[in-house]
Design a protein around this ligand. Structure first.
Ligand code: ZN
Length: 505
């Protein structure tokens, strides 16, 4: 890094600032998922950005203590503390217990982020395991005079916290301008629930005793309690989606600072949305795209990670299947290029200084508020630069990948899916590029039939299938190890160069 300093855009001050942490390890808190449904790829974009942040901190020599919470209770369907608990609603929808729902979607979320090569946090605290800490925090707020009670819960009185609106940079009127707000018994539109009372006997699956009566915590208090439980205050960095600025993070700051009398967080970083032509991604309808959707369409998770790098994290990223396919292609090309560079050198290996020198533009882009489009361009320049030693270029790519997490050293193949052939045999299709699911299915059926024919020594049928694929421009070649290599020409699945599918059992 040659003494380079990191700079991040701090939402709290609306400016890019030099990063100077107070703690070693650097404390990093990221708002986690509400586990009532699958995460869509727009939600996951935020976790990719946070992973790049953490890997960049590591690359610049910082140790990091990273916490992502799991919200398994208390997140209501509206920001105004009305509506149903998302968890209880999810349980009703799936006909399961709230606890089963929480476990299922927590596990899926952890699998999703692992598939995206996102490093696991040091802690995954669950809200339901931290109810006593939340009650303690509410008690402190009560002692300090920041709360009041209504018939449905304990509320935070935002009028008592004069800097409440500073973070979102809006006045109180505008905070909710244009929204229809159900005030209930709230004194002010911005007041929020710290503890909600259970609505009646036996109506909730998740509820706890508290000094104020049986009930459940408000969503915002969860993050304050869990971040303060595991990280020293003020926390160095707190992240989340840009949609959290106005309400969730504004409320986290108010209640944490009111309870402790200390600043809560030093650097606030927010990731922007993944958008469609018609707006941001939603949890239902055609715009509900999950990691499972990508796998069904034959898109490798790391191709999506690559796609996330095509825009700065503070810019909305426009989604289209074409743009995603182009990122998959670009990842395959990058891997192929790096794979062609020697992994060893006859001469002495490059020195740390040589590697740092060659990677200087890459690290400069990272240090400038994680500018990934520029960092990727810098990496392409390095691996394509014929004036640099080929082995040095490979070492640079491998080091850059510690931040990128794209597994650039892998051969340019991607597992598309496991398919079950005609005879019930499981087969794995691997390919170097994005292949639409219908093409995968057609290929699988034909190759499965050909395999059966060969097993039965029906070589006429096997040849006929090979010729049929050949007529479409697809060539089939049997390998000595029993696998089959299938080459698909340009235009069949993408308009790229000739690509290779490896077909095997
Ligand atoms: Zn949060």
């Amino acid at each position: 890094m040659l003494g380079k300093k990191l700079h991040f855009y701090n939402t709290a001050h609306r400016s890019k600032e030099r990063f100077e942490p107070l703690h070693d390890p650097v404390s990093l808190y990221c708002c986690g998922p509400t586990v009532y449904n699958y995460a869509h790829i727009g939600n996951l974009r935020t976790y990719v950005f946070e992973d790049v942040l953490k890997r960049t901190l590591n690359a610049f020599g910082y140790n990091v203590k990273h916490v992502i919470n799991i919200t398994d209770v208390g997140h209501l369907t509206s920001d105004e503390d009305t509506g149903e608990d998302k968890m209880e609603k999810g349980a009703k929808r799936e006909g399961k217990s709230v606890w089963d729902i929480a476990e299922h979607f927590t596990r899926t979320f952890i699998q999703d982020i692992a598939s995206l090569n996102i490093l696991p946090p040091d802690r995954w605290p669950k809200a339901t395991d931290h109810i006593p800490q939340m009650i303690e925090l509410v008690k402190k707020l009560e002692e300090r005079g920041f709360t009041y009670t209504t018939s449905d819960g304990i509320y935070f009185d935002t009028e008592k916290f004069p800097s409440y609106t500073a973070f979102a940079g809006l006045d109180a009127e505008n905070l909710r301008a244009g929204e229809r707000v159900d005030m209930g018994e709230k004194r002010s539109v911005t007041d929020f629930a710290l503890w909600k009372f259970s609505p009646g006997e036996g109506k909730r699956q998740m509820e706890w005793e508290s000094p104020w009566g049986r009930g459940f915590p408000g969503w915002h208090i969860e993050c304050s309690a869990m971040s303060l439980a595991y990280l020293p205050q003020p926390i160095d960095i707190h992240c989340g989606g840009a949609d959290h600025i106005r309400v969730h993070h504004t409320n986290e700051i108010a209640q944490s600072e009111a309870a402790t009398g200390k600043p809560f967080v030093r650097y606030w970083l927010h990731g922007e949305f993944l958008v469609f032509e018609k707006g941001k991604m939603a949890k239902s309808g055609d715009h509900f795209i999950t990691m499972a959707t990508l796998r069904q369409k034959g898109v490798a998770p790391l191709a999506y990670r690559m796609f996330c790098y095509t825009a700065h994290y503070r810019t909305p990223l426009s989604f289209s299947w074409e743009a995603l396919a182009s990122s998959a292609q670009s990842l395959a090309n990058l891997r192929r290029l790096i794979g062609s560079l020697p992994s060893q050198s006859k001469a002495s290996p490059p020195t740390t200084l040589q590697v740092a020198g060659a990677l200087d533009p890459f690290y400069t882009a990272l240090a400038d508020d994680l500018n990934m489009p520029r960092a990727m361009a810098a990496l392409w320049d390095i691996v394509r630069d014929d004036t640099l030693d080929a082995h040095l270029r490979r070492v640079c790519a491998e080091q850059a990948d510690n931040v990128l997490g794209l597994e650039l050293g892998r051969p340019p193949t991607e597992t598309v899916q496991t398919v079950v052939g005609a005879e019930g045999e499981a087969m794995r299709l691997e390919c170097a590029t994005y292949v639409p699911i219908d093409l995968c299915n057609r290929l699988t059926a034909l190759l499965s039939e050909r395999r059966r024919a060969r097993r039965e020594k029906d070589y006429a049928t096997a040849d006929r299938i090979r010729q049929k694929l050949g007529a479409a421009g697809i060539t089939v070649k049997d390998q000595p190890d029993g696998s089959t290599t299938v080459s698909i020409p340009a235009g069949v699945c993408t308009d790229s160069d000739r690509e290779t599918l490896i077909f095997m059992e």
